[in-house]
Design a protein around this ligand. Structure first.
Ligand SMILES: [Zn+2]
Length: 359
């Protein structure tokens, strides 16, 4: 017994010494080791949010947040997709906004929202995917209308999203575009807390070419790569988030100008040449994030996911197991948005120069 204990102690001492040596060899000490660790691995491993007041720290593409809440996997007017990613978390203001949009969208005639990624439980950079979505103020929503039945967990993982944009011309595929898509984006842009909505340049162009009447909301619709099967809603820094870094305001114009025309040149799509720089999220260490993010990682978790899940059904566990709660209360019996209810976009050519008057 005595001998076994001694040999155990000797082994433990040797292990500890080896660890110290390894740490010294790599040139950092215990607290620094944390700082040099890749932030995406630490934040990507979080299962639950930090139990604290909601605060966003840093910037959309370099930060984290505390006091996160999840949106229920199911509500009467939404279903969350890709559940295995555990990215249904956001600042409470973001989650409330998604829920409100889902109700308003249904009132506008959209069958309900399919929700893509919001944030990880404590935000931060992700192991895969997005550069932003780090401070709980970004959410992706599919352009595919919610089907009139509950999708199975497997369908939510595997159902493929439909691109609305022709990848060669970068223009919207007219037979897929409907007035309901326009209404949905207009509704999302109507909320004062929404600062930007990112869409594919083809979708921005479609709106520029076809929206009549009030066009002031087009200011918030910003062209960006991707975003052809989903749109990305970004809200501003929330009151109380002192450490949240705001984005530059969008220009006052509708953006249907040469800044949009640039997207239809060859330049934005040119393949990169030369050595590729690594993505920012892949090299981001704890030291490069706001210092509060370390505390966010260390904070306690709530008791359970259900305790911090918001939405009509009152908790994701309830939503998938209680038929009463899972039943959509909104009549979505009609087929989803008609597939081809929209006239093709008129082709707009620059005005031809007038011929010189002959003498
Ligand atoms: Zn996004």
């Amino acid at each position: 017994m005595e001998t076994r204990m001694n040999s155990f102690l000797r082994a433990a001492t040797r292990l500890a010494a080896a660890a110290v040596a390894a740490v010294t060899l790599l040139g950092f000490e215990a607290p620094g080791a944390h700082a040099a660790e890749l932030a995406k691995e630490l934040f990507g491993a979080q299962k639950l949010p930090s139990l604290a007041q909601p605060h966003s720290y840093g910037f959309y593409s370099k930060g984290c947040f505390s006091g996160g809440v999840a949106i229920a996997t199911d509500g009467p007017t939404w279903q969350a997709m890709r559940l295995s990613r555990n990215r249904r978390w956001g600042h409470p203001a973001m989650i409330k906004l998604i829920e409100k949009l889902s109700h308003d969208a249904v009132a506008d005639g959209w069958p309900g929202l399919l929700l893509g990624d919001i944030s990880q439980p404590r935000g931060g950079p992700m192991l895969t995917g997005h550069a932003s979505h780090q401070i709980g103020l970004d959410a992706d929503i599919w352009f595919t209308p919610m089907p009139n039945r509950r999708l199975t967990p497997a369908e939510r993982e595997n159902m493929s999203a439909t691109s609305l944009v022709n990848e060669k011309t970068h223009l919207v595929i007219d037979k897929l575009w409907t007035p309901a898509h326009e209404r949905l984006l207009k509704r999302a842009a109507s909320y004062p807390e929404v600062e930007r909505i990112l869409v594919n340049p083809g979708i921005k162009k479609k709106l520029c070419d076809t929206v009549t009447g009030d066009r002031s909301w087009l200011r918030k619709i910003r062209p960006f790569w991707g975003h052809d099967y989903h749109f990305h809603v970004r809200i501003g820094c929330q009151p109380g988030s002192v450490g949240c870094k705001a984005q530059d305001p969008t220009p006052q114009s509708d953006g249907c100008d040469k800044s949009l025309a640039w997207w239809f040149t060859e330049e934005p799509w040119r393949p990169a040449t030369g050595p590729q720089k690594p993505r920012a999220r892949d090299v981001m260490t704890m030291a490069s994030l706001p210092k509060e993010c370390r505390a966010v990682l260390n904070e306690h978790s709530p008791q359970s996911e259900a305790a911090v899940t918001m939405g009509d059904t009152g908790g994701s566990a309830v939503a998938t197991t209680t038929p009463e709660a899972a039943k959509p209360t909104v009549d979505v019996g009609e087929p989803p948005v008609p597939a081809n209810a929209f006239a093709p976009t008129p082709i707009k050519r620059p005005p031809l120069p007038l011929p010189k008057p002959s003498r």
